[in-house]
Design a protein around this ligand. Structure first.
Ligand code: FES
Length: 70
């Protein structure tokens, strides 16, 4: 996955890639993808609408955690 700008990942809640990144970076050490998802969701309210972005967000978090996206 490659991002050139700052796309909106969750349309319902207007949560952008940078919003997700920022929420993730509040943790010094990332734990599991599921836990980070919960944290990001609490902060940004992403994926609380239609839920259609859930997989996309999980994907982004796991990529960030494995260092493929910074
Ligand atoms: S697009 Fe994220 S909840 Fe609908």
């Amino acid at each position: 996955m490659e991002y050139k700008e700052n796309p909106i990942i969750c349309n319902c809640m207007q949560v952008s890639l940078v919003d997700i990144e920022t929420a993730l970076h509040e943790h010094e050490k990332l734990s599991s993808v599921e836990e980070e998802f919960q944290h990001v969701q609490e902060r940004t309210h992403c994926s609380t609408g239609c839920g259609g972005c859930h997989d996309k967000i999980m994907d982004i978090i796991s990529q960030m955690m494995s260092g493929h996206l910074s």
